[in-house]
Design a protein around this ligand. Sequence first.
Ligand code: THU
Length: 139
Amino acid sequence: MESSAEFKKLLSACQEAKDRAYCPYSNFRVGCALITERGEMFTGCNVENASYGLTICAERTVITKAVSEGHRKFKAIAVGTDIPDSFAGPCGACRQFILEFGECEIFFVKPDLTYMKFPFEQLLPMGFGPKTLDTNQNS
Ligand code: THU
């Protein structure tokens, strides 16, 4: 994955998606890009609201875009911010959203396109996912 042209596109796409962030309240731009198992790319950004709690993070935007277009399996997701000297991970709600669709590679990306790969297993330890529901004896 990391040596592919597709991966380089993913890194730049998440940073470019920041340009479309709607964040007049926080001024904290986040861009996201994902590649589906069939190689399609989707991008998303954070979309804030005057009723602050309604804000949608970039990760949830991009996953919702992909799923609503019929894609549920993802190879990789990349999250880009404007922070130059450290990596920012997804918020708790977005970790839950990523977990829903199963194993995928996760990358945090700086403006200069340097990145860190984040282990999927560390996304949400003991997370509550679709498999947890399957274990319910009452269902
Ligand atoms: N934000 C994201 O887009 N993704 C995250 O994982 C964390 C936070 C956005 C939400 C809000 O618009 C801004 O960053 C500041 O919290």
